[in-house]
Design a protein around this ligand. Structure first.
Ligand code: ADP
Length: 242
């Protein structure tokens, strides 16, 4: 049913840092199989919103529901969420297997189950046999695949990605865009994806949220937001430089 497919609900989330209001009542919903993109200029609150949803920064007020259950203050490892951080954020002193296994250790999986899951996900991201290498021994694109593997390894229903392709060159970016889309479809994920690349948002997304100054100003399909000249979306955004 419709309500079963609703994986993530964020209601009226507010987050301040001292006097500064980083999120001012952000609300958004993501369904199973949906690819939703947050698009907005630097400083508009995109990362703050993802970190709150992942349980890595605590909102001042508002509500987060996962599979309909209240999760606003659950620890990160009790959430059915995988996250890809900006600039990969791999642990440099840990092997690839230890990096990918990290969220599984937080969830108290056994060593043998972890090894199995790590090998399996390394096949999925097309880097089998790299378990004992270190991040610095891999290329930028390969490190990004490891970051994807770490987010997907415990088979979460919800995946958050914070500008996962921002550091890569154009060709690699297009290839990984395609792979992320394929994984999203194959696994039926509820995806909340952050970019400030408009073209990327257009080709990847079922719906786009335009964020500005801690608020979600508009939500719609790419067609609704972009290709209908009546909305302010295109005019506003084409004027922004990132
Ligand atoms: P975006 O991801 O859209 O670029 P962020 O969510 O990173 O935006 O940041 C939103 C605003 O909140 C920025 O002005 C940033 O400086 C501020 N901010 C984010 N994290 C902190 C923090 N830990 N302490 C103080 N200010 C922060």
């Amino acid at each position: 049913s419709n309500s079963d497919s609703l994986k993530l609900e964020v209601r009226n989330l507010r987050k301040t840092f001292g006097e500064f209001v980083a999120l001012e009542g952000a609300s958004v919903e993501v369904r199973a199989g949906e690819f939703l993109t947050l698009l907005g200029p630097s400083g508009s609150g995109k990362t703050t919103l993802l970190l709150a949803i992942a349980g890595l920064n605590e909102p001042d007020s508002g509500e987060i529901r996962i599979h309909g259950d209240l999760a606003t203050y659950l620890p990160p490892y009790q959430r059915d969420i995988g996250m890809v951080f900006q600039n990969y954020a791999l642990f440099p002193h840990m092997t690839i297997a230890e990096n990918i296994g990290f969220p599984l250790r937080m969830r108290r999986w056994s060593a043998s189950k972890i090894d199995e899951a790590v090998s399996r996900i390394l096949e999925v991201v097309q880097l089998p046999g790299t378990e004992n290498r270190y991040p610095r021994q891999l290329s930028g694109g390969q490190q990004q695949r490891i970051a994807l593997a770490r987010a997907l390894v415990y088979e979460p229903s919800i995946v958050l990605m914070d500008e996962p392709l921002g550091a890569l060159d154009k060709k690699l970016r297009e290839q990984l865009q395609y792979e992320i889309k394929r994984l999203h479809e194959r696994l039926g994920l509820a995806m909340l994806y952050v970019t400030h690349d408009q073209e990327e948002a257009l080709v990847m997304s079922d719906r786009i949220c335009l964020m500005r100054q801690g608020r979600i100003e508009q939500i719609g399909t790419p067609e609704e937001l972009y290709f209908r000249p009546k909305t302010r979306f295109a005019a506003d955004f084409l004027g922004e430089s990132n």
